[in-house]
Design a protein around this ligand. Structure first.
Ligand code: CP3
Length: 345
């Protein structure tokens, strides 16, 4: 049986729209917080039984149509010698990549980083019902490089932009090294049972138009080429503030583009036509309001989807840790009970 989410991503007309949430396994959930009280974040990512347990919590609570393997995009940086820690929630890189010599020191990943994530995927595929999709993921190259250069989260990622402009050849070399490392990692997740891959390019909106075309996109295309022609469907989270780049993101050849909350879905569908499926894009802060407001915003958002399109319902970015789980239930239910026009008429 092909899961609903995978059928929708392939462009098939489905009985309803599938739904899941970015960061659906996380700190807004009591079960997650109980495990984290005893287990440091990176240890949790690297312990397959525990990582699988937290992955399943939102499926069990909200009946989401897809599970996303619990891991983190920064595990790859760590495996390449750019050591990552999570001292108080946010990531911290002690020795960021800021010079050509630093780029040369970034090495091929230690393969052991793949094995625990692949094992988590294997456990999940065994435990998940067949109708639930299993999503593997990584960062897209630019976003991973941005963390490597910046050393952590940033308001404007100015060090990354400065490095890309001061030292374009070294920055491109870094993007290529990262792209080449991501390919076997993504393939290992597919071999272990992931039926869909998502690339997170969260900070691609920080790149200027020229950098986006000459470096960010080619790095994504390098990953896709590396995965080969027989790959599973790929969704690109195009990034915050990247809705004006929808056509470019769609032009990479991915099957799905995940949008932030800035775009009206009717406009987005008008722009891409049948080239890709779209995912998103409720503002995550809507889930902090009231059940009535969440329902109204969901009705408005789903009402923007043109007749005949199968939308992949999600948020415009990760769920916030302040979100009441009951509000997530309202979000999931609103998606699952919505009947697309083409089916009701
Ligand atoms: O979606 C899921 O439920 C799967 C797990 C997942 C995590 N991180 C777990 C996590 C996924 C898909 C990610 C991706 C990720 N990680 C991204 C891309 C998506 C996005 O949100 O933009 C990024 C940029 C990261 C890097 C990262 N990891 C940051 C910036 C932080 C700290 C800030 C924050 O929002 O918490 C993390 C930590 C992290 N990754 C947590 C979780 C559940 C919280 C850690 C904790 O328990 O303290």
């Amino acid at each position: 049986m092909t899961p609903l989410f995978e059928r929708a991503l392939k462009g098939e007309a489905t009985e309803r729209f599938p739904v899941w949430m970015m960061r659906q396994a996380g700190r807004y959930l009591p079960g997650y917080r109980a495990i984290r009280a005893k287990t440091p974040f990176l240890e949790l990512c690297r312990t397959p039984e525990l990582a699988a347990e937290v992955t399943l919590e939102p499926i069990e609570l909200f009946d989401m149509d897809a599970a996303i393997v619990f891991a983190d995009i920064l595990l790859t940086a760590d495996a390449m010698g750019v050591e990552v820690a999570f001292p108080n929630g946010g990531p911290k890189i002690q020795s960021p990549v800021r010079t050509e010599a630093d780029v040369e020191r970034v090495h091929d990943p230690d393969p052991s980083w793949m094995t625990s994530v692949a094992e988590t995927v294997r456990i999940l595929r065994r435990e998940l019902p067949a109708e639930k999709a299993l999503i593997g993921f990584s960062a897209a190259p630019f976003t991973l490089c941005a963390y490597m250069v910046e050393g952590g989260t940033s308001r404007d990622f100015w060090q990354t932009r400065a490095f890309a402009h001061a030292n374009p050849a070294a920055f491109r070399r870094l993007l290529e090294k990262v792209a080449d490392a991501l390919v076997p990692y993504l393939q290992a997740q597919v071999e272990a049972g992931a039926g869909v891959l998502q690339l997170f390019d969260t900070w691609a909106g920080m790149a200027d138009a020229s950098l986006y075309r000459t470096a960010v996109l080619p790095a994504i295309e390098r990953v896709l080429a590396g995965l080969g022609p027989d790959r599973v469907p790929v969704i690109l989270f195009a990034g915050i503030g990247c809705s004006h780049r929808l056509e470019l993101a769609a032009g990479t050849g991915v099957e799905g583009v995940s949008l932030d909350w800035a775009t009206n879905l009717a406009d987005a569908y008008a722009r891409v036509g049948d080239r890709v499926r779209l995912q998103g894009n409720l503002d995550p802060t809507v889930l902090l309001s009231s059940p009535e407001h969440i329902q109204a915003e969901m009705d408005a958002m789903l009402g923007q989807v043109p007749a005949g399109k199968t939308h992949l319902v999600n948020l415009g970015h990760g769920v916030l840790k302040e979100t009441p789980p009951e509000h997530v239930a309202v979000f999931a239910k609103a998606a699952q009970t919505f009947r697309p026009e083409a089916l009701t008429s």
